[in-house]
Design a protein around this ligand. Structure first.
Ligand code: NZQ
Ligand code: ZN
Length: 387
């Protein structure tokens, strides 16, 4: 097992009716910026619940944070925080609102041009230089409620870039599984596939000695396979909802990543597809993931076989089980409503592989993946295979 440090200071507040705990989680008289997205919180009653619990603080609102949040929008919120002397930010939303809030938090006191946080991937580690924030999660998928990472799009250049650092963990996150009742089916499907792929990024590498991490990863995958299709059909079922939400958080709160190699190339390529064609994040992963496993088969086949045997109960020789495991994954994604070819998601796909490979080359992203053997040429091959 590799050496590791495990640091996760998030006060994770889980369960029905927990939004009312906001009253105790934010100190009286704090000046709070409440950030939210396009308005779903007004339709499903979450806004009212939040406001009710926050009668003891002073609130300024900043709405309109779009899905795949834009740097340009977030900089407007940075101005509000500076002008109004905001002391705390409360993000009420899904991954986009939470990620956007992490950027706002980091940008307010950033010395230099905040766009560098994204372009130079600055690590944000000084807690005295960020605005503290908490979250009320409304869409389980990203794990952003319990991690310190964020992904922001620069609209002007169509670049979707990730950043983060230990100063960007939420102070608390309220996770009430009943919030999923108002989610459109498409977003529920996205949540399952995003969480599934988060596990795969940290699990589907090569065989190693971290036995417990593998077993935890496999059990998250199995749980998502078990409950994924039914939670989409019945989001009002609390047993399904609570397990789904917990899987999403556990998939990317850092725990299963400790002591093991990880990949993340599916996400890096997928982010390009969102930046270029505005395809939902999870849907880009369903397009790229299985093709990456195919192109990187030699590197990954032993782990694919372990995955096939333990998660899909397959048997046979390594190569056959590994190949069948990829097919099982694609079938599962189809079952979860994904269209796994790029051409089914956009008509403009023809030059995508070349464009992304060149972009990675320019950025110096020359060696991705757990073995650093996903070169721009491999990226081109993976994207071409996904057409
Ligand atoms: O904007 P509103 O009106 O709130 O509507 C949202 C949005 O349109 C809606 N929604 C959210 N909660 C709802 C709801 N609708 C009805 N009822 C509710 N309870 O859902 C839509 C999508 O929301 P969004 O926040 O964009 O989805 P998600 O949580 O999937 O976040 C995706 C973003 O997170 C990034 C992705 O790249 C993408 O930008 N990721 C962040 C990660 C992280 N911080 O660790 C890791 C992930 O891999 C991912 O990259
Ligand atoms: Zn993701």
């Amino acid at each position: 097992m590799n050496n590791f440090e495990l640091y996760n200071p998030v006060n994770y507040v889980f369960g029905k009716g927990q939004i009312e705990k906001l009253t105790h989680l934010i100190a009286p008289n704090t000046k709070v910026l409440l950030t939210y997205g396009g308005g779903s919180i007004f339709k499903n009653g979450i806004y009212n619940q939040v406001k009710q619990a926050l009668s003891h603080v002073q609130i300024i609102e900043f709405g309109g944070i779009e899905a795949n949040p834009h740097y340009e929008t977030l900089m407007k919120a940075v101005e509000v925080v500076q002008k109004e002397n905001i002391q705390f930010i409360l993000a009420v939303g899904g991954g986009s609102v939470i990620d956007g809030t992490k950027f706002i938090s980091a940008a307010v006191h950033f010395e230099g041009d905040p766009v560098e946080i994204l372009q130079k991937r600055i690590l944000i580690t000084d807690t005295t230089k960020v605005i503290p924030f908490g979250t009320v999660l409304t869409l389980p998928a990203t794990g952003s409620e319990m991690n310190s990472g964020s992904v922001v799009t620069i609209a002007a250049t169509q670049e979707k870039l990730s950043f983060g650092g230990s100063a960007l963990f939420p102070k608390f996150s309220i996770v009430d599984p009943t919030v999923i009742e108002s989610l459109p089916q498409k977003q529920l499907q996205n949540g399952v596939v995003d969480a599934f792929t988060h596990v795969m990024e940290q699990y589907l590498t090569y065989t190693h000695d971290a036995l417990l991490q593998d077993r935890i990863a496999e059990s998250i995958l199995q749980t998502l396979i078990d409950i994924g299709p039914s939670v989409v059909e019945k989001p009002t079922d609390y047993k399904l909802a609570s397990n789904f939400v917990w899987c999403c958080t556990m998939a990317l709160n850092g725990l299963i990543q400790k002591g093991v190699p990880s990949d993340w190339a599916t996400h890096m390529i997928g982010h390009e597809l969102t930046a270029l064609y505005n395809i939902d994040h999870a849907r880009t992963l369903a397009i790229i993931g299985p093709n990456l496993y195919k192109v990187m088969f030699d590197t990954k086949k032993d782990k694919l076989a372990q995955y096939g045997r333990r998660v899909w109960n397959l048997s046979g020789n390594t190569e056959d089980v590994a190949e069948e495991a990829i097919e099982k994954t694609i079938n599962f994604f189809h079952h979860m409503g994904m269209k796994t070819k790029l051409s089914e998601n956009t008509d403009e796909y023809q030059n995508t592989a070349e464009f992304i490979a060149n972009r990675f080359q320019e950025r110096g992203w020359l060696a991705l993946g757990e073995k650093q053997n996903i070169t721009p040429d491999k990226v081109r091959e993976i994207v071409e295979l996904s057409y």
